[in-house]
Design a protein around this ligand. Structure first.
Ligand SMILES: Nc1ncnc2c1ncn2[C@@H]1O[C@H](COP(=O)(O)OP(=O)(O)OP(=O)(O)O)[C@@H](O)[C@H]1O
Length: 924
């Protein structure tokens, strides 16, 4: 091997004796006896040691040196190699490279960093960073693996600062996949000791060639030996442990390694916990609490993305080298002894970083917070290299974000851009943690089950050629909640199409619901049995309800995630409820009333309840003795009509400026409201009732009046009132599809199971599936008596309905007997009335029959119009029942009311005069 002359060898031998032998006399004897070739090899080793003059040889090494005596040349080589391997890695705050090329020729090798001299080049590099690590599809995964590999470089150093690595990483992917190649590339980039192949292989070294790739490890039959090899040969570098073959040994090795933190003593590894491998296999083989599993077997990573990383390999690898070699300055800042002498700087930095993540993302589990903080700490340090490489002033502005992500940011200083970038990286890692292990309880069995179930659901859908990604987002004791993303050509609606089949194939799950109501995120809720949370008291005592400033809060129930739903009736401002018998309508209404009463205990709300379902005794009677009631529950529709009219009058009489006179809210419940209409025989009166109700619905809220109308058998023909008057519609289980359509305008409610399950459309929140709240009769009584006891009447303006039975039942007669006729509402004037008046003004005399012909109306209507014109002093009955004389001959003879009335229908004074002119031109 040696081409050196004898004199050279002699010189080396002498140098070895003076260089190493001085540490131990017997060693110089040993060197004298060495073969010439061994001398040359040893000399190289000495050069290596003397290159790092700071360190003297330790006792371990000396022991091995002694053991070299009496060994053959091959053994010497092996031991020298071993010596080298225990030499590299962390020594205090300094990392010693094992790669001789990178180590011995620091300025000229394949991973040379180059300074970034101008803004333009910084922009280009920044763009590359962005494209790789913030790629929508794969960026998060690359970022995670990359950060993990960076952390792997610091294993021993972390251990030294007593910082336990929070997680190990296991990835399932196909061996030949693009993802597997990506993992290999990342590991190679992050391995500070690997040269980049083909770039600088000219260095001839007997122990390690420059471009060695020692990053994939295949478990053997001996786990103890494997661990030993990993610790000794691969310390402080990232390494892949491949589980494609020898599954059994892979499992053993995984178990042993992930248990190292708990087994340090048993393994005698107290100071040598310095492996952080990535376990890669074709499926997640076994799982542990401190292993982050990512099953990416379905990930179809593009080759272009891999190429993007490969194209940047040199620069990224050089930064890694720089990051590790330069870490002394920024990862281990020197602190004054007196300052914080006991605190280890590295540890405290990483700890505070984790705290920062914890504060920012309160929804993450502590385990995930640790992981995100830990990984992002290293990645931030890594990106810092880029910043240090910039030789131009950092306060120079450049708009790299704007170039890549349309208009997101105006040009900022490089420091600000870096801060934004690292913040984005952090969020990206958070998202990934939410996606893979997001459950609030940490990494318990439920989460494992959630991940497994998600995969199973994806598989069953795939069988139907529906391609989705299912991501667990919440795991509760009784249900799993997943986010669903559609892939390829799959449409959102396809998920529902395959729902029943997938549920059938899953067998075990009785509840399987796709929630498409939120366009931005499709949710899937899966549970063993139907969801059951419905406790009204739970919501009433919930912080959201307690703290709410709503005037008319309604504790509706729970959504499928289990979050209480509380709405303000004032915002609705009216509610239509429909559902078959026993679907839960009255329960919903009672919960609504209790919610409001629970919150409003000072007389700011009055309630009118009409229940026309059962005349023999209303279940709402339980409210009768409550101080907020305007009158006892009304069960007779005829009395109900009077109450409606009273409400209508109240609406018109209420002061315009509500603040001036704080009038109470009025909530009027009408259960089975169509009965109101069927109780009115007269067709016209029915139409008036409709108009009154519609006016209450359209402008009632301005007078603080809110209606809740319920119907048992909603059909388009018995609804009477147009459902367009309601912005809030609640459909409980409906008897059939047309009933669902009558309430919601679409199908869906016929498939509900009953017992308070509902679909709610409310302003801004369409198609929400909820479980209505529930309280037992006894619970309700108890709550109401408590409310009554603490009630304190503070509002002097109460809406009280007294002696309803004694008031006339006719809406019309009420209108006619109204004490102030000018106040009587225009809605009671027939729409044909203005035309009738204008025509009459052009006549000297009119008769019922002529009016019928002119207006194409019937006798009754003609009579009504004539009566109204008489009221307005426009006509007068002729003696002998011969018809009617038209009174005004000129406009001055007409009352202001009549002129105003015509004006409101677009007939101005000129029109009136021209009609009167026609009259005067007629012969008597
Ligand atoms: N939110 C709920 N949670 C659980 N069970 C409920 C709920 N709402 C109703 N139920 C069950 O359904 C039964 C019927 O409810 P409710 O009387 O409210 O129905 P309804 O629609 O008003 O019926 P009807 O129209 O015949 O009066 C209740 O006695 C109760 O057992």
């Amino acid at each position: 091997m040696s081409k050196l002359s004898d004199s050279d060898i002699k010189r080396f031998r002498q140098r070895l004796i003076t260089g190493i032998g001085k540490d131990c006399d017997s060693f110089s004897v040993f060197i004298k006896e060495l073969e010439d070739e061994d001398v040359v090899e040893l000399d190289e080793y000495v050069q290596f040691i003397s290159h790092h003059k700071k360190r003297s040889m330790d006792m371990d090494k000396l022991k091995v040196f002694f053991s070299l005596m009496n060994l053959s040349g091959a053994d010497v080589k092996r031991i020298l190699s071993y010596l080298e391997s225990i030499e590299y890695g962390w020594h205090g705050n300094e990392y010693i490279l094992s790669n001789p090329c990178l180590r011995s020729i620091p300025t000229d090798h394949c991973k040379n960093k180059s300074s970034i001299c101008d803004v333009e080049s910084a922009k280009i590099i920044f763009d590359q960073l962005f494209s790789i690590f913030l790629d929508d599809e794969y960026g998060k995964i690359t970022l995670f693996i990359f950060s993990y590999c960076l952390a792997a470089l610091f294993c021993k150093r972390l251990n030294q600062d007593r910082f336990t690595t929070p997680y190990f990483l296991q990835i399932a992917c196909d061996r030949g996949s693009v993802l597997y190649q990506l993992i290999e590339e990342i590991v190679e980039i992050c391995n500070v000791n690997s040269g980049l192949l083909g770039r600088c292989s000219t260095i001839d070294n007997p122990y390690r060639s420059c471009g060695y790739t020692a990053y994939t490890y295949y478990p053997t039959q001996s786990t103890a030996k494997d661990i030993d090899n990993l610790i000794c040969d691969n310390k402080d570098v990232p390494v892949i442990i491949a589980g494609y073959e020898n599954e059994h040994y892979y499992n053993d090795l995984l178990r042993e390694i992930v248990n190292i933190p708990n087994k340090k003593k048993a393994l005698g590894l107290k100071d040598k916990y310095n492996v952080l491998p990535i376990f890669v296999c074709n499926m997640i083989k076994s799982s542990f609490n401190n292993v982050f599993d990512m099953d990416l077997t379905d990930l179809d990573m593009s080759k272009e993305y891999l190429d993007l990383l490969r194209n940047n390999k040199q620069i990224f690898a050089s930064w890694v080298l720089e990051f590790v070699k330069d870490s002394d300055h920024y990862l281990f800042p020197h602190m004054g002894e007196w300052d914080r002498p006991k605190k280890l700087p590295f540890f405290s930095e990483i700890g505070s970083y984790i705290n920062h993540v914890e504060k920012k993302y309160s929804d993450l589990t502590l385990d995930n917070v640790k992981n995100v903080g830990f990984l992002n700490f290293f990645f931030k340090g890594y990106v810092g290299v880029f910043q240090r490489l910039c030789t131009f002033p950092l306060d120079k502005e450049f708009g790299c974000f704007t170039s890549k992500h349309n208009g997101e940011l105006a040009p900022l200083t490089i420091e600000k851009n870096i801060a934004i970038l690292t913040d984005k990286f952090e969020r990206s890692l958070v998202e990934l943690h939410r996606r893979y292990l997001p459950a609030p309880t940490g990494m318990g069995i439920n989460n494992r089950e959630a991940v497994r179930l998600a995969k199973l659901i994806e598989k069953h859908y795939r069988g139907l050629r529906i391609f989705i990604r299912v991501i667990p987002i919440v795991v509760r004791t009784d249900r799993f909640i997943f986010n669903v993303e559609t892939l390829q050509e799959t449409k959102d609606s396809d998920i529902n199409k395959g729902r029943e089949t997938v549920q059938r194939r899953l067998k075990k799950y009785d509840y399987f619901r796709v929630d498409l109501s939120d366009k931005k995120s499709i949710k899937l809720i899966v549970a063993d049995k139907p969801l059951e949370d419905n406790n009204l008291t739970e919501i009433l005592q919930h912080k959201d309800f307690m703290d709410s400033k709503m005037k008319l809060p309604y504790a509706i129930g729970f959504d499928e995630i289990g979050t209480p739903r509380i709405d303000d009736i004032e915002e609705y401002p009216h509610l239509l409820i429909g559902g078959a018998t026993l679907s839960g309508k009255s329960t919903a209404i009672m919960c609504l009333l209790i919610s409001i009463a629970y919150k409003q205990r000072t007389g700011d709300v009055n309630v009118v309840i009409m229940d026309f379902l059962d005349k023999t005794g209303s279940e709402y009677a339980i409210f009768n003795d409550q101080p907020f009631m305007s009158c006892p529950v009304i069960t007779d529709p005829l009395v109900g009509l009077k109450a409606i009219w009273a409400l209508y009058k109240e609406m018109n009489n209420r002061p315009k400026d509500q603040d001036e006179k704080r009038v109470p809210y009025i909530v009027c419940i009408i259960d089975e409201f169509p009965k109101l209409f069927t109780s009115v025989v007269n067709k016209e009166e029915r139409s008036r009732l409709k108009t009154v109700l519609e006016e209450l619905l359209s402008i009632g809220r301005h007078a603080n009046i809110h209606l809740v109308l319920a119907i048992q058998n909603p059909k388009n023909n018995n609804m009477v009132i147009d459902k367009a008057n309601f912005q809030a519609k609640m459909a409980l289980k409906c008897g059939n599809l047309p009933n669902s359509v009558a309430i919601l305008g679409r199908a869906g409610a016929e498939k509900l199971v009953g017992k308070g399950q509902m679909i709610l459309d409310s302003p801004g929140k369409e198609n929400k599936r909820l479980q209505g709240s529930y309280i037992t009769k006894a619970g309700m009584k108890e709550l109401l008596s408590e409310i009554k006891e603490s009630f304190e009447q503070r509002n002097e303006h109460q809406f009280i309905l007294k002696d309803m039975e004694l008031v006339s039942t006719s809406i019309e007669s009420d209108a006619e007997t109204s004490s102030s006729p000018q106040k009587s509402p225009r809605i009671f004037d027939d729409k044909k009335l203005p035309d009738a008046i204008m025509w009459s003004l052009s006549q000297k005399q009119i008769a019922n029959s002529r009016l019928q012909t002119y207006l194409k109306i019937g006798n009754i209507k003609a009579n009504r119009i004539l009566e109204r014109m008489e009221e307005l002093h426009l006509i007068e009955r002729l003696h002998g029942n011969l018809g009617w004389a038209v009174l005004p001959e000129c406009i001055e003879n007409m009352s202001d009311e009549a002129i105003k009335f015509l004006g409101s229908y677009g007939h101005n004074e000129a029109d009136i005069n021209s009609a009167l002119l026609k009259q005067s031109s007629k012969n008597d």
